[in-house]
Design a binder for this molecule. Sequence first.
Ligand code: HEM
Length: 410
Amino acid sequence: MTETPAIDPSFFTQLLPFDPFDPAFHENPYAVYRTIRERGSVVRTPMGLLAVSGYEECSSVLRSRKFGWGDGASVAEHFSTAPDGSVVRPFMFMDPPEHTRVRSLVGKAFAARRVDRLRARATEIVVDLVEAARTAAGDDPIDLMAAVAHPAPAIALSELLGVPPENRARFQVLSNDIAHGLDPSVFLTPEEIARRDNARAELNEYFAELVALRRAEPADDLVSELVAAEEGGDRLTGHELLVTCTLLLSAGYATTVNLIGNGMFALLRRPDQQEWLRANPDQVPGAVEEMLRFDAPVQMISRVALEEVELAGLTVNPGEQLMLMIGAANHDPAVFDDPDSLVLSRTTGHNLGFSLGAHFCVGAPFARLTAQVAVGTLAGLDLTLATDNPTRVPNIIMRGLAELPVRVAG
Ligand code: HEM
């Protein structure tokens, strides 16, 4: 567990509707979310944060133009400063019309990569990792996080962006530091904040060089595509480009790692579901969606009210902060039958794991591909858990495992 910051613990329970340092919360947040939802699908905490746990309410906020990031004060720690002193927001934290402009240029670059064409290479990456881990482990358990869940997205994402293999190990460390630092700074130790900020600065510097290289000589990768993306004569500026590359890496790595890790842990706890998936390998895409619903890597999304608005009978004032508990929304019994069970054949209900509306995850097709290939390959093996209680990463926004020891038969 991360060291608890030196702040009176009652601060956190006044700010949030749960105790973020309670091990029982990390073990099963869904039981805690249920009690919060029973108090109301939107509740105001003593410090004035609006905690939104209902599916309908989360969806309507995500779809509405009345909520956004506003002046960005609540997320300014994730911004970068350009050499001319101007502040550059990653587009994840922009509101329309700025957001629409950058998002559409990035969308164009992504579309040009035709993600489905990368399936064969993704399969090769995962199969190689599994084989290497089996050979290295012999009869010992394999840590699925270290063997597959971390390296598969790291390699796939680096290849997508065009980061050379020799830089990958460093990239994994830096993206992990950023992922751990996603929680609001009050939840982090000064060391974690420093690691996050240094990691972002190092990545920005790295991408400045890579962008310059690709500008001079385009290659078959997403960075070259981003450099070339153009719409109505508009292009991303130099600093926008490198901040966007850093965003793609930091938004895309730990999330995919944790979808694979959380999903495999959930699967291995349910031998009946594991058997069903082995018998129905063509159902892997639906199974991955259910894994995303069941134990989403991103548990919370922030928003700020941009104008006065009614939400679940409460008047929300401009500038008020909302915490959209999408992990809770994904277990809302009003939308999902038997929400606390993993049911891979589930077909009803659309989970909010990739968000909704203007900020819907731009990397979702790529994340789905990587996770489907990893889960599909691993589901074909005879795996059992080597522990019932693997260590968790103690973050609040990003939910994941530090390790997942498994045994492989045959
Ligand atoms: C946005 C989840 C993978 C890049 C988001 C959001 C969520 C999310 C919840 C919305 C945040 C909001 O509404 O404020 C996930 C999950 C993933 C994943 C669970 C893996 C399982 C990826 C990958 C990439 C990526 C692989 C890039 C290659 C982004 C970007 C945004 C975003 C750039 C911002 C989009 C915008 O603001 O318009 N993601 N993501 N994500 N994601 Fe993902």
